[in-house]
Design a protein. Structure first.
Length: 338
Protein backbone atom coordinates (compact mmCIF):
# COMPACT_ATOMS: atom_id res chain seq x y z
CA UNK A 1 0.00 0.00 0.00
CA UNK A 2 1.29 3.44 -0.85
CA UNK A 3 2.60 5.44 2.08
CA UNK A 4 0.71 8.43 0.72
CA UNK A 5 -2.65 6.72 1.17
CA UNK A 6 -1.87 4.54 4.21
CA UNK A 7 -4.48 5.31 6.91
CA UNK A 8 -3.40 5.15 10.56
CA UNK A 9 -6.11 3.58 12.71
CA UNK A 10 -5.83 3.48 16.47
CA UNK A 11 -7.58 4.31 19.69
CA UNK A 12 -7.25 7.99 18.81
CA UNK A 13 -10.68 9.32 17.76
CA UNK A 14 -9.15 11.20 14.83
CA UNK A 15 -8.32 8.84 11.97
CA UNK A 16 -7.12 10.24 8.66
CA UNK A 17 -4.54 9.40 6.01
CA UNK A 18 -0.85 10.07 6.50
CA UNK A 19 0.50 12.68 4.09
CA UNK A 20 -1.06 15.23 1.74
CA UNK A 21 -0.05 17.96 4.16
CA UNK A 22 -0.59 21.58 3.09
CA UNK A 23 1.85 24.15 1.77
CA UNK A 24 1.30 27.61 3.28
CA UNK A 25 2.68 30.79 1.73
CA UNK A 26 3.98 33.75 3.72
CA UNK A 27 5.05 36.94 1.95
CA UNK A 28 7.62 39.17 3.63
CA UNK A 29 9.04 42.60 3.19
CA UNK A 30 12.80 42.20 3.59
CA UNK A 31 14.78 45.39 3.17
CA UNK A 32 12.05 46.82 0.95
CA UNK A 33 11.75 43.77 -1.28
CA UNK A 34 8.93 41.24 -1.19
CA UNK A 35 10.08 37.66 -0.62
CA UNK A 36 8.13 34.49 -0.12
CA UNK A 37 8.38 31.65 2.37
CA UNK A 38 6.57 28.43 1.55
CA UNK A 39 6.04 26.22 4.59
CA UNK A 40 5.13 22.54 4.27
CA UNK A 41 3.23 21.90 7.49
CA UNK A 42 3.74 18.28 8.55
CA UNK A 43 1.84 19.05 11.76
CA UNK A 44 -1.28 18.32 9.71
CA UNK A 45 -0.52 14.60 9.70
CA UNK A 46 -2.95 12.61 11.90
CA UNK A 47 -0.58 12.40 14.86
CA UNK A 48 1.02 15.77 14.34
CA UNK A 49 4.39 15.37 12.64
CA UNK A 50 6.58 14.28 9.76
CA UNK A 51 7.39 11.19 11.81
CA UNK A 52 3.95 9.77 11.03
CA UNK A 53 5.32 8.89 7.59
CA UNK A 54 8.41 7.24 9.04
CA UNK A 55 6.49 5.21 11.63
CA UNK A 56 4.38 3.54 8.95
CA UNK A 57 7.45 2.77 6.85
CA UNK A 58 9.55 1.45 9.76
CA UNK A 59 6.86 -0.91 11.02
CA UNK A 60 5.91 -2.15 7.55
CA UNK A 61 9.59 -2.94 7.01
CA UNK A 62 9.74 -5.33 10.01
CA UNK A 63 6.10 -6.47 10.08
CA UNK A 64 6.94 -10.09 9.29
CA UNK A 65 9.31 -10.27 12.30
CA UNK A 66 7.02 -8.78 14.94
CA UNK A 67 5.78 -11.04 17.75
CA UNK A 68 2.49 -9.55 18.95
CA UNK A 69 3.15 -10.80 22.48
CA UNK A 70 6.57 -9.12 22.71
CA UNK A 71 6.40 -6.14 20.39
CA UNK A 72 8.57 -3.29 19.18
CA UNK A 73 11.10 -0.91 20.75
CA UNK A 74 12.46 2.41 19.47
CA UNK A 75 14.56 5.30 20.74
CA UNK A 76 12.81 8.63 20.19
CA UNK A 77 12.89 12.30 21.12
CA UNK A 78 9.09 12.42 21.01
CA UNK A 79 7.35 12.71 17.64
CA UNK A 80 8.33 9.29 16.32
CA UNK A 81 7.32 7.77 19.64
CA UNK A 82 3.81 9.21 19.33
CA UNK A 83 3.47 8.00 15.74
CA UNK A 84 4.88 4.56 16.59
CA UNK A 85 2.57 4.27 19.59
CA UNK A 86 -0.43 4.95 17.34
CA UNK A 87 0.69 2.57 14.60
CA UNK A 88 1.47 -0.23 17.06
CA UNK A 89 -1.86 0.30 18.83
CA UNK A 90 -3.61 -0.08 15.47
CA UNK A 91 -1.88 -3.42 14.97
CA UNK A 92 -2.32 -4.69 18.54
CA UNK A 93 1.45 -4.69 19.08
CA UNK A 94 3.14 -3.68 22.37
CA UNK A 95 5.46 -0.69 21.96
CA UNK A 96 8.29 0.57 24.18
CA UNK A 97 9.49 4.14 23.66
CA UNK A 98 12.95 5.00 24.99
CA UNK A 99 13.20 8.71 25.72
CA UNK A 100 15.27 11.12 27.86
CA UNK A 101 14.65 14.05 30.24
CA UNK A 102 14.40 16.53 27.37
CA UNK A 103 11.28 14.76 26.13
CA UNK A 104 8.32 16.91 27.13
CA UNK A 105 5.39 15.78 29.25
CA UNK A 106 3.23 16.31 26.16
CA UNK A 107 4.99 13.50 24.31
CA UNK A 108 5.17 11.14 27.28
CA UNK A 109 1.50 11.56 28.12
CA UNK A 110 0.49 11.12 24.48
CA UNK A 111 2.55 7.93 24.10
CA UNK A 112 1.18 6.45 27.30
CA UNK A 113 -2.32 7.46 26.28
CA UNK A 114 -1.84 5.40 23.11
CA UNK A 115 -0.80 2.38 25.17
CA UNK A 116 3.00 2.61 24.97
CA UNK A 117 5.46 1.78 27.72
CA UNK A 118 7.81 4.76 28.17
CA UNK A 119 11.35 4.33 29.52
CA UNK A 120 13.17 7.55 30.45
CA UNK A 121 17.00 7.40 30.31
CA UNK A 122 18.24 9.89 32.90
CA UNK A 123 22.02 9.60 32.56
CA UNK A 124 23.79 11.78 29.95
CA UNK A 125 26.23 10.05 27.64
CA UNK A 126 29.85 10.91 26.89
CA UNK A 127 28.77 13.07 23.95
CA UNK A 128 26.84 15.41 26.23
CA UNK A 129 23.40 14.20 25.19
CA UNK A 130 21.32 11.11 25.85
CA UNK A 131 21.06 9.43 22.45
CA UNK A 132 23.97 7.03 22.91
CA UNK A 133 22.61 5.84 26.25
CA UNK A 134 19.11 5.51 24.79
CA UNK A 135 20.52 3.23 22.10
CA UNK A 136 22.55 1.30 24.68
CA UNK A 137 19.36 0.63 26.63
CA UNK A 138 17.60 -0.59 23.48
CA UNK A 139 20.43 -3.04 22.78
CA UNK A 140 20.31 -4.31 26.36
CA UNK A 141 16.58 -4.94 26.02
CA UNK A 142 17.13 -6.90 22.81
CA UNK A 143 19.39 -9.26 24.78
CA UNK A 144 17.04 -9.82 27.72
CA UNK A 145 13.76 -9.88 25.74
CA UNK A 146 14.16 -12.45 22.92
CA UNK A 147 11.85 -11.70 20.02
CA UNK A 148 11.73 -7.96 20.68
CA UNK A 149 12.08 -6.00 17.42
CA UNK A 150 13.99 -2.71 17.13
CA UNK A 151 12.82 -0.68 14.14
CA UNK A 152 16.08 1.37 14.33
CA UNK A 153 15.24 4.71 12.76
CA UNK A 154 18.96 5.55 12.73
CA UNK A 155 19.96 2.84 10.25
CA UNK A 156 16.87 1.34 8.65
CA UNK A 157 16.49 2.13 4.96
CA UNK A 158 12.77 2.38 5.69
CA UNK A 159 13.52 5.85 7.09
CA UNK A 160 14.80 7.57 3.91
CA UNK A 161 12.48 5.39 1.82
CA UNK A 162 9.47 6.96 3.56
CA UNK A 163 10.53 10.32 2.17
CA UNK A 164 11.54 8.99 -1.24
CA UNK A 165 8.13 7.33 -1.67
CA UNK A 166 5.89 9.79 0.15
CA UNK A 167 7.28 13.19 1.13
CA UNK A 168 9.23 13.90 -2.05
CA UNK A 169 6.53 13.09 -4.66
CA UNK A 170 4.04 15.11 -2.65
CA UNK A 171 6.44 18.04 -2.46
CA UNK A 172 7.03 17.83 -6.22
CA UNK A 173 3.30 18.20 -6.86
CA UNK A 174 3.28 21.32 -4.69
CA UNK A 175 6.58 22.74 -5.97
CA UNK A 176 6.94 21.47 -9.55
CA UNK A 177 9.49 24.06 -10.69
CA UNK A 178 12.95 25.07 -9.49
CA UNK A 179 13.12 25.49 -5.72
CA UNK A 180 15.49 25.75 -2.77
CA UNK A 181 14.23 23.48 0.00
CA UNK A 182 15.44 23.75 3.61
CA UNK A 183 15.33 20.41 5.44
CA UNK A 184 16.04 19.93 9.17
CA UNK A 185 18.45 17.14 10.06
CA UNK A 186 18.24 14.64 12.91
CA UNK A 187 18.80 11.05 11.75
CA UNK A 188 19.34 12.46 8.25
CA UNK A 189 16.66 10.23 6.77
CA UNK A 190 14.53 13.07 5.42
CA UNK A 191 17.35 14.84 3.63
CA UNK A 192 18.69 11.52 2.32
CA UNK A 193 15.29 10.48 0.96
CA UNK A 194 14.78 13.82 -0.80
CA UNK A 195 18.34 13.72 -2.18
CA UNK A 196 17.78 10.25 -3.63
CA UNK A 197 14.54 11.45 -5.17
CA UNK A 198 16.33 14.35 -6.88
CA UNK A 199 18.99 11.95 -8.17
CA UNK A 200 16.37 9.53 -9.48
CA UNK A 201 13.94 12.00 -11.03
CA UNK A 202 15.96 15.11 -11.82
CA UNK A 203 13.65 17.30 -9.72
CA UNK A 204 15.00 20.84 -9.95
CA UNK A 205 15.57 21.35 -6.23
CA UNK A 206 18.51 22.72 -4.32
CA UNK A 207 18.43 20.88 -0.98
CA UNK A 208 19.98 22.50 2.10
CA UNK A 209 20.20 20.63 5.38
CA UNK A 210 19.58 22.65 8.54
CA UNK A 211 21.30 21.52 11.73
CA UNK A 212 22.07 22.98 15.15
CA UNK A 213 25.41 23.74 16.76
CA UNK A 214 26.38 20.81 18.98
CA UNK A 215 25.06 18.20 16.54
CA UNK A 216 27.33 15.47 15.18
CA UNK A 217 24.85 14.42 12.47
CA UNK A 218 27.01 15.78 9.65
CA UNK A 219 30.50 15.25 10.97
CA UNK A 220 30.96 17.97 13.60
CA UNK A 221 31.93 17.31 17.20
CA UNK A 222 28.97 16.57 19.44
CA UNK A 223 28.10 19.05 22.17
CA UNK A 224 25.24 20.25 24.34
CA UNK A 225 21.93 20.76 22.53
CA UNK A 226 18.73 22.24 23.94
CA UNK A 227 16.18 21.48 21.25
CA UNK A 228 14.58 18.11 20.63
CA UNK A 229 13.80 16.87 17.13
CA UNK A 230 16.87 18.33 15.43
CA UNK A 231 20.52 17.34 15.54
CA UNK A 232 22.11 14.14 16.85
CA UNK A 233 24.90 12.93 19.10
CA UNK A 234 26.29 10.62 16.41
CA UNK A 235 26.87 10.87 12.64
CA UNK A 236 24.01 10.14 10.29
CA UNK A 237 24.29 6.76 8.58
CA UNK A 238 22.31 8.11 5.61
CA UNK A 239 24.30 11.22 4.67
CA UNK A 240 27.82 11.98 3.50
CA UNK A 241 29.09 15.21 5.12
CA UNK A 242 31.34 15.76 2.09
CA UNK A 243 28.39 16.05 -0.30
CA UNK A 244 25.62 17.48 1.90
CA UNK A 245 25.02 21.23 1.91
CA UNK A 246 24.24 22.36 5.45
CA UNK A 247 23.53 25.54 7.40
CA UNK A 248 23.85 25.70 11.19
CA UNK A 249 21.82 27.65 13.73
CA UNK A 250 21.88 27.95 17.49
CA UNK A 251 18.93 27.34 19.78
CA UNK A 252 18.22 31.05 20.27
CA UNK A 253 17.91 31.61 16.50
CA UNK A 254 15.50 28.70 16.10
CA UNK A 255 13.38 29.76 19.08
CA UNK A 256 13.33 33.39 17.91
CA UNK A 257 12.08 32.24 14.51
CA UNK A 258 9.31 30.18 16.12
CA UNK A 259 8.11 33.17 18.15
CA UNK A 260 8.42 35.52 15.18
CA UNK A 261 6.39 33.26 12.90
CA UNK A 262 3.71 32.81 15.56
CA UNK A 263 3.43 36.52 16.34
CA UNK A 264 3.69 37.86 12.80
CA UNK A 265 1.88 35.19 10.77
CA UNK A 266 -0.13 33.21 13.30
CA UNK A 267 1.63 29.96 12.38
CA UNK A 268 2.89 27.78 15.22
CA UNK A 269 5.83 25.45 14.53
CA UNK A 270 8.35 23.43 16.53
CA UNK A 271 12.06 24.00 17.04
CA UNK A 272 13.29 22.12 13.99
CA UNK A 273 10.89 24.11 11.81
CA UNK A 274 12.03 27.30 13.50
CA UNK A 275 15.59 26.42 12.57
CA UNK A 276 14.67 26.18 8.87
CA UNK A 277 12.79 29.49 9.03
CA UNK A 278 15.77 31.15 10.75
CA UNK A 279 18.05 29.98 7.93
CA UNK A 280 15.55 31.17 5.31
CA UNK A 281 15.40 34.66 6.82
CA UNK A 282 19.20 34.73 7.04
CA UNK A 283 19.44 33.78 3.36
CA UNK A 284 16.92 36.46 2.38
CA UNK A 285 18.96 39.07 4.23
CA UNK A 286 22.26 37.93 2.72
CA UNK A 287 21.18 37.49 -0.91
CA UNK A 288 18.76 40.02 -2.46
CA UNK A 289 18.39 37.77 -5.53
CA UNK A 290 16.56 35.04 -3.60
CA UNK A 291 12.82 35.51 -4.04
CA UNK A 292 11.41 32.28 -2.58
CA UNK A 293 12.44 29.52 -0.20
CA UNK A 294 10.66 26.33 0.85
CA UNK A 295 10.86 25.13 4.46
CA UNK A 296 9.96 21.60 5.49
CA UNK A 297 8.30 22.01 8.91
CA UNK A 298 8.20 18.69 10.81
CA UNK A 299 5.74 19.59 13.57
CA UNK A 300 3.67 22.29 15.24
CA UNK A 301 3.70 24.46 18.35
CA UNK A 302 1.25 22.31 20.35
CA UNK A 303 4.00 20.07 21.74
CA UNK A 304 6.29 22.91 22.80
CA UNK A 305 3.97 25.04 24.95
CA UNK A 306 6.00 24.28 28.08
CA UNK A 307 9.37 24.81 26.38
CA UNK A 308 9.92 26.99 23.31
CA UNK A 309 6.73 29.00 23.83
CA UNK A 310 7.12 29.37 27.60
CA UNK A 311 9.08 32.38 28.86
CA UNK A 312 10.19 30.65 32.08
CA UNK A 313 11.74 27.78 30.13
CA UNK A 314 13.56 30.19 27.81
CA UNK A 315 14.91 32.11 30.80
CA UNK A 316 16.03 28.91 32.54
CA UNK A 317 17.91 27.85 29.40
CA UNK A 318 19.52 31.27 28.96
CA UNK A 319 17.80 31.86 25.64
CA UNK A 320 17.45 35.49 24.65
CA UNK A 321 15.23 35.96 21.62
CA UNK A 322 15.64 38.67 19.02
CA UNK A 323 13.76 40.07 16.04
CA UNK A 324 14.18 38.09 12.84
CA UNK A 325 14.33 40.91 10.27
CA UNK A 326 11.34 40.98 7.96
CA UNK A 327 7.73 42.02 8.45
CA UNK A 328 4.87 39.88 7.22
CA UNK A 329 2.84 41.64 4.52
CA UNK A 330 0.20 38.92 4.16
CA UNK A 331 -0.34 35.22 4.57
CA UNK A 332 -1.99 32.92 2.04
CA UNK A 333 -3.47 29.80 3.68
CA UNK A 334 -3.83 26.51 1.84
CA UNK A 335 -2.13 27.96 -1.20
CA UNK A 336 -1.29 24.55 -2.68
CA UNK A 337 -2.40 21.73 -0.47
CA UNK A 338 -2.51 19.08 -3.19
Amino acid sequence: MSLMTRAVKSADPVCSPVGNTPMVGVSLDVNGKTRRLRLKLESKNPFGSLKDRIAVSLIEHVADRIDKDIGVIESTSGNLGVAMSAECAARGVPFTAVVDPRTSVFFIDRMRGLGARVQVIEEPDAAGGFLLNRIRYVKEQLKVRPGLVWTNQYRSEANPNAHFESTAPELLRQVPGPATVLVPVSTGGTLAGLTRFVDATGADWRLIGVDVHGSAALGRTSGRRLLSGIGASCPSSFLDPATATVQYVDAAEAVSACLWLSEEAGIGVGGSSGATVAVALRMFQQDPEIDELVCLCPDGADRYRTTIYHADWRTAQGITTAGMGGAVVYRALGESGE
